[in-house]
Design a protein around this ligand. Structure first.
Ligand code: PGA
Length: 246
């Protein structure tokens, strides 16, 4: 499986002009840019090779939900992917596993590929690896609970330990530990859900310095990159590194 780079811009940048400039830096075949809704149209026009997606969608395709964007809308704009259940959505927007499960179902229903994020908080990780695995296993089972016949569904899982996201030190999770958890996630998805092959990403302070070590792990099929995707020069370096894994 080739390794993909997913750029999660989060609530950045603040202007369309900057969004277009950033998109230019990541316009490569093995890149997916996860764009704020307002810039979808401009980014779509800019990209020649990379695909794009959104960072969140509603659990409904249309209706009276003020301020929401539906999977059907995103799909019609050309989005291929939607992040679902990012830890920032879980924490700051109080998204429960029930809501996330409904969003996964709606995204699939509209023909989007969900990038379902899972990962344990620091309090759980302090209890050891077994506790972290149990936590992630419970998240997966709750978040995929609405999907019947997962076998033929296209879905991506991103393992992002909450405590490794947005750390200026460049991530405290070692690639080896991340690979072990990702191997565990893959085995769960294969045995319980018959999802195979399945792409599982790692995310959490991945940058130009550590990307090579992350992608070198055979269990890890790509990286979900937040902060480091906002620096055009740095991201260009990351695109080059990922290119060696195509
Ligand atoms: P980060 O974000 O690379 O800034 O840690 C990753 C993510 O939250 O998807």
């Amino acid at each position: 499986m080739s390794k993909l780079l997913f750029a999660n811009w989060k609530m950045n940048p603040t202007s369309e002009k900057e969004a277009v400039r950033l998109a230019g830096a990541g316009d490569a075949k093995h890149v997916v840019i996860l764009v704020p809704f307002l810039f979808l149209s401009a980014v779509k026009k800019t990209l020649k090779r990379a695909r794009f997606g959104v960072q969140n969608v509603s659990w409904e395709q249309e209706g009276p939900l003020t301020g929401e964007i539906s999977p059907a809308m995103a799909k019609k704009m050309g989005a291929v992917y939607s992040v679902i259940g990012h830890s920032e959505r879980r924490e700051f927007f109080c998204e429960s596993d029930a809501v996330i499960a409904a969003k996964v179902q709606a995204a699939l229903g509209a023909g989007l590929i969900p990038i379902l994020c899972v990962g344990e908080p620091l309090s759980v990780r302090r209890g050891g690896r077994a506790a972290a695995k149990a936590y992630v296993e419970q998240q997966l089972s709750a978040d995929l609970s609405k999907i019947q016949k997962l076998k033929n569904k296209k879905i991506i899982i991103a393992y992002e330990p909450v405590w490794a996201i947005s750390t200026s030190g460049g991530g405290r999770e070692t690639p080896k530990d991340a690979a072990e958890m990702i191997g565990f996630i893959r085995s769960l998805l294969t045995t319980h859900y018959h999802l195979h092959p399945i792409r599982v990403l790692y995310g959490g302070s991945v940058n130009a310095k550590n990307l090579g070590r992350v992608l070198a792990m055979k269990e890890i099929d790509g990286a979900l990159v937040g902060g480091a995707s906002l620096d055009p020069a740095g991201f260009r370096k990351m695109v080059k590194i990922a290119e060696t894994y195509q």
